[in-house]
Design a protein around this ligand. Structure first.
Ligand code: NAI
Length: 345
């Protein structure tokens, strides 16, 4: 029996993991707490830890896990900016779920955009109180507008297809553009200058941190709508708030927030929100915040459970070969062993 310590467990995680896990002889110990330096001891006696986007997997945590004999860190998400993969190298294997439903995230991005543009969030509240006034609900057509998509990977491409279905013009920027895609790639600066709507679908890296900042907002069109369903720190939230207050940014739709780790995913309705910046953003009539919900569809949850469990089994049953293993050399043409069909280490 493979013992898996499952951190940051939510009610919606359990059913899919339990049902797939029982079939595959994996025993889960579910912990509601996040993995941190203070909680890492809970992983003692386990073989694998399973973590999500806001668990802390830094060098100190990794060293502890290694000392407990943990063989693998199985991320049940795509992004892995919270894991020091370089520090894991040679010690603990790391796997992720590269795609569980890119449709879920891309469709959520469009849901946010439509909600914002057509003021659905306002209308919903009004009609519940039998307020049938239309004042202040004027939107605009998406048809013919220009959307700039930063990051044209799995999610970005689906979002682009959805936007094309609406008759929008699409500008794209990617550090590694796919020249055969037929997409209209432009520089990041041109995308910022020319887009009515900007949607972020790139990973969080040192290079992309605060990609949306006061300088880039200054380049944008007045009234621009900014969508972020990728990672919070792609946006400098203070600069965004200033842009909104200055009426430069027309609306923002945020599924992620830089300081979300201690806030999102929990019911905090009975508490005073200590994050002044988030509170101010939420108070704005043209800001919509969802709490890292874009992935949350039944289809995605089942895919996450299945792929995470297959990743774990690959380590135990397929001589450590796992297509979804991550290491800091992955993608580096000279050094990447996985691309040569070998184990990362
Ligand atoms: P992907 O790896 O398929 O695509 C990412 C794209 O970004 C690639 O085309 C890559 O070349 C590009 N890129 C890399 N560095 C860049 C840079 N400096 N500037 C511009 N583009 C750059 O990833 P996928 O599946 O499309 O996911 C995108 C992001 O969505 C993930 O990194 C993750 O942070 C986020 N995500 C959010 C979820 C949510 O629930 N809100 C769920 C799943 C993913």
């Amino acid at each position: 029996m493979i013992k898996v310590a499952f951190f940051d467990c939510k009610a919606y995680d359990k059913p899919s993991f339990e049902s797939y896990g029982q079939l595959k002889e994996i025993e889960f110990k579910f912990f509601e707490t996040k993995l941190t330096e203070d909680t890492v001891d809970l992983a003692k006696d386990s073989d694998v830890v399973c973590v999500f986007v806001n668990d802390t997997v830094n060098a100190a945590v990794i060293d502890k896990l290694y000392s407990y004999g943990i063989k693998m860190i199985a991320l049940r998400c795509a992004g892995y900016n919270n894991v020091d993969v370089k520090h894991c190298y040679g010690k603990i294997h790391v796997s992720h779920v590269p795609a569980y439903s890119p449709y879920a995230v891309a469709e959520h991005a469009m849901a946010l955009l439509l909600t914002s543009v057509r003021r659905i969030h306002k209308a919903y509240n009004r009609t519940r109180e039998f307020n049938f006034s239309l004042n202040g609900l004027t939107g605009f057509d998406l048809h013919g507008k220009t959307v700039g998509v930063v990051g044209t990977g799995k999610i970005g491409r689906i979002f682009i297809d959805i936007c094309k279905g609406f008759g929008m013009n699409v500008l794209a920027y990617d550090k590694f553009p796919d020249e055969n895609s037929g997409l209209n790639y432009v520089s990041l600066e041109e995308l910022m200058r020319s887009s009515d709507i900007i949607s972020l679908h790139c990973p969080l890296t040192d290079e992309t941190r605060h990609l949306v900042n006061s300088d880039s907002i200054a380049l944008m069109k007045k009234g621009v709508i900014i969508l972020n369903t990728s990672r919070g720190a792609l946006i400098d939230a203070e600069a965004l708030l200033e842009g909104i207050k200055a009426r430069k940014v027309g609306a923002a739709c945020l599924d992620v927030y830089e300081e979300e780790a201690d806030i999102f995913f929990e019911d905090r309705s009975g508490h005073i929100l200590n994050d002044e910046l988030l509170a101010r953003l939420i108070s704005m009539p043209n800001v919509i915040v969802t709490s890292h919900q874009a992935f949350l569809t039944e289809d995605a949850l089942n895919n996450i459970a299945q792929t995470t469990i297959d990743n774990i089994l690959s380590y135990y049953e397929k001589d450590g070969m796992c297509d979804n293993e991550l290491c800091y050399r992955c993608g580096n043409i000279e050094e990447c062993k996985k691309s040569r069909k070998q184990r990362c280490f």
